[in-house]
Design a binder for this molecule. Structure first.
Ligand SMILES: Nc1ncnc2c1ncn2[C@@H]1O[C@H](COP(=O)(O)OP(=O)(O)OP(=O)(O)O)[C@@H](O)[C@H]1O
Ligand SMILES: [Mg+2]
Length: 273
């Protein structure tokens, strides 16, 4: 299976000398749902800023579709890899919601009717059509986040990166967001989220990457989230379902369910046996 993004030995030091990334290597498999996990300050946001060419490597390299991201390719990468920032106030700035969502497509020099179509499709996807004429600064944080997501959807990227996409979303908006991400994934978009939410990662992701102190601790399938030594080392905690089933007698460690559906299956076999 091909990797759409590859990162090799990436270093990044901020101006105040904080070493945010320290020789980080990882790969993003194409067409997968990927969750990047790690504690506060692990380097998740700094990494995402490199994956769409907003930051360029100080050392090491990042490749998108096999081409190194550098000053010659960064514009092309930005048009193909969309990033939804952790804080929507860093992203949403136009006078109205619809102008904000149109900003990216207009920059791509698309014809006006195509821009309008993309704006209305994207606002519909995040269920924000009725707010299209509102100034973004009158919206709640969660609504601004949805507008920021619409702005990226309107670019129709190959890869969409979302930094803490579920923070500040109410439970129903979180479910809606997951549906949107799954829809994008089915359409062939590689979807990458950075999150602290181990439950979300266990429920949703096909591929998990765990970062700590600017390096990759592990990557693989969601089964990683059942590994005690790794969870401890990464300063994370087990997904809720795993926490419960680890305490139940009679559930073998290699049959631990990771999400609600798997838990129901295991419980049914316990109840009926
Ligand atoms: N603009 C900046 N200037 C200086 N240091 C920074 C800057 N932005 C981030 N850092 C530092 O770089 C390191 C990595 O930060 P980053 O924001 O990438 O982590 P994160 O994993 O996204 O954390 P969180 O889970 O809190 O969002 C941290 O030590 C942070 O303090
Ligand atoms: Mg962050």
């Amino acid at each position: 299976m091909a990797n759409i993004i590859e990162v090799e030995n990436l270093y990044y030091r901020y101006r105040d000398a904080t070493e945010a990334l320290r020789g980080l290597s990882l790969f993003i498999p194409q067409d997968k749902r990927v969750a990047i996990l790690g504690p506060n300050g692990a380097g998740k946001s700094t990494l995402l800023l490199h994956l769409n060419g907003l930051y360029l490597p100080q050392k090491g390299k990042v490749c998108f579709l096999g081409r190194e991201i550098n000053p010659r390719t960064e514009r092309w990468v930005k048009s193909k890899v969309g990033l939804v920032f952790q804080d929507p106030d860093d992203q949403v700035f136009s006078a109205t919601v619809k102008e904000d969502v149109a900003f990216g497509p207009l920059n791509m020099n698309l014809p006006e009717h195509e821009v309008s179509r993309r704006v209305s499709d994207a606002l519909q996807a995040v269920q924000m059509e009725e707010y299209s004429s509102k100034p973004p600064y009158h919206l709640s944080h969660g609504q601004k986040k949805r507008v920021a997501i619409a702005g990226v959807l309107a670019m129709q990227p190959k890869v969409i990166l979302l930094d803490e996409p579920t923070s500040h979303l109410d439970p129903k908006s979180k479910i809606t967001l997951i549906k949107i991400l799954n829809h994008l994934h089915r359409q062939g978009t590689t979807v990458v989220i950075a999150t602290h939410d181990v439950d979300l990662a266990a429920e949703w992701a096909d591929h998990i990457i765990i970062l700590k102190e600017g390096q990759t601790l592990a990557q693989g399938d969601a089964w990683l989230l059942t590994k005690e030594d790794l969870i401890e080392k990464a300063d994370l905690c087990f997904p809720t379902v795993v926490q419960i089933f680890r305490q139940l007698p009679g559930v073998k460690r290699n049959y631990l369910p990771l999400n609600v559906n798997e838990a129901v299956t295991v419980l049914k076999t316990i109840i009926t046996s």
